[in-house]
Write a protein that binds this ligand. Sequence first.
Ligand SMILES: Cc1cc2nc3c(=O)[nH]c(=O)nc-3n(C[C@H](O)[C@H](O)[C@H](O)COP(=O)(O)OP(=O)(O)OC[C@H]3O[C@@H](n4cnc5c(N)ncnc54)[C@H](O)[C@@H]3O)c2cc1C
Ligand SMILES: NC(=O)c1ccc[n+]([C@@H]2O[C@H](COP(=O)([O-])OP(=O)(O)OC[C@H]3O[C@@H](n4cnc5c(N)ncnc54)[C@H](O)[C@@H]3O)[C@@H](O)[C@H]2O)c1
Length: 476
Amino acid sequence: MNSYDFVVVGSGPAGRRAAIQAAKLGKRVLVIEKGTRVGGVSVHTGTIPSKTLRETALNLTGWRERGFYGRAYRVKQEIRAEDLRRRLLITLDHEVDVLEHQFSRNRVSQMRGTARFIDPKTLEVEKEDGEVLRVQAEAVLLAVGTRPYRPAHIPFDGTSILDSDEILEIKELPRSMVVIGAGVIGIEYATIFSALDTAVTVVEPRDTMLEFIDKEIVEDFSYQLRDRNMKLIFGQTVEKVEKEPSGRCRVTLQNGRVLTAEMVLFAAGRVGATDLLNLEACGLVADSRGRIKVDPETFQSSVPGIYAAGDVVGFPSLASTSMEQGRIAARHAVGAPSQDPPQYFPYGIYAVPEISTCGLTEEEVQQRGIPYECGIAHFRETSRGHIMGLDSGLLKMIFSMKTRRLLGVHIVGEGATELVHIGQAVLNLKGTVEYFVENTFNYPTLAEAYKIAGLDAWNRMGELKKEPQDALKVSS
Ligand SMILES: Cc1cc2nc3c(=O)[nH]c(=O)nc-3n(C[C@H](O)[C@H](O)[C@H](O)COP(=O)(O)OP(=O)(O)OC[C@H]3O[C@@H](n4cnc5c(N)ncnc54)[C@H](O)[C@@H]3O)c2cc1C
Ligand SMILES: NC(=O)c1ccc[n+]([C@@H]2O[C@H](COP(=O)([O-])OP(=O)(O)OC[C@H]3O[C@@H](n4cnc5c(N)ncnc54)[C@H](O)[C@@H]3O)[C@@H](O)[C@H]2O)c1
């Protein structure tokens, strides 16, 4: 039986970062992956495919040019599912290639197969051809991720009633679609298909969507979606999904309303992929959603030497945060020092339009009783926005009246997921409104929106009263 210092189960963002980190610290590392290719949900069914689909849809429809040429403008008149898939396959090949190369040059061993515990330090790996191997591990990281939640009452058929993995395999673009669940996945796909001119209806049991995002941003976003004829139905659960003899899908809501569409996407959350791990054998128990509880500082589970990171530990379930969690877990597992994670991380929702946010929302600031001021900029006020033909886009910053520090940055519109990092840096470095007022920004850029929003807040906050020798000292 082969033995390793560190065995990683799963090759998604958490697993890959952890494996490379441990290998760089000179450890013997093995990655076990049950999929045919490395990369995890992130590369094969999640982040990368959905973002590639979005980019392809925006390019082929000419979406970004419609501000100039009108809503009917299209780069390619008839867009087919295979047009979207072609670019997807090329992107995925590149991703897998980069990852394979990273593993090989860092001497990370790989094994294809499904891992399960025999005891806390021994794993059994069943390969696709039925061969079974055992490996011994000083420490184990469970980075097994999640899979779509598929309740029994939804008659998934893989062609027109689909989960978010299956949506990537569709043969034809639907003319109409009902999306069940207005979480991040549901909203991203709903808006991508709407950009492809599919008539989309979203059904969500809660009274609103994306509750963790600043309300003003969600309102602006919802207005834009409704303005292009997307239907958003809140406060309604789905009773039944059926297939009509004609092949159309029929969705019956709790209030008796019936929606029909060519396709249904069920996107109401994901569950941890822990069922194959035989967790009892190592002394761990997953919760009802398949998640593993860990120490938030080290990512060690209740069993010493067994770690978990990424989506399998729950919130925030992002590729970006999963990578950091994996690296922290690996460093702790091999006895290397690790820094605390930064207080604020960004959240990027790649809907059409994008939303991105970092720090406190206005609602959170109010709940904490912090006196504050907001600064707002519309992209249409920036010269770059005029050049790009943008008629929407909003950047909002929230500042403390007491310390003048930036508390939160919230953006909806083109480039939001890139722009947010300026605000994130100021936030984590404890910068104040003066940063935006006193610094020069490239012109013409969308980043100029920071300057405009900074000045907007500063005009109402009044000038900083500087002590002559103490100009830069601002209490936190
Ligand atoms: C549609 C969609 C879009 C997304 N978009 C974004 C985005 O834009 N930005 C963002 O930051 N995040 C996004 N996410 C979230 C992101 O994909 C996840 O946070 C990330 O993939 C989690 O990484 P992970 O390392 O936990 O595991 P995963 O990427 O889930 O990979 C887990 C791996 O473990 C393997 N595995 C499971 N069980 C076993 C076993 N017993 N033995 C061996 N191998 C096993 C699986 O085959 C899989 O390859 C998106 C997710 C989805 C579904
Ligand atoms: N851009 C990104 O960063 C990105 C993109 C996609 C996914 N993700 C991650 O993937 C994870 C999973 O995303 P998700 O959207 O599947 O889950 P989610 O939990 O975020 O959202 C699920 C939505 O479905 C609704 N819902 C729950 N049960 C329902 C039911 N029975 N019928 C109808 N609606 C129901 C919920 O109210 C919620 O709004 C998220 O935590 C997210 O962080 C991130």
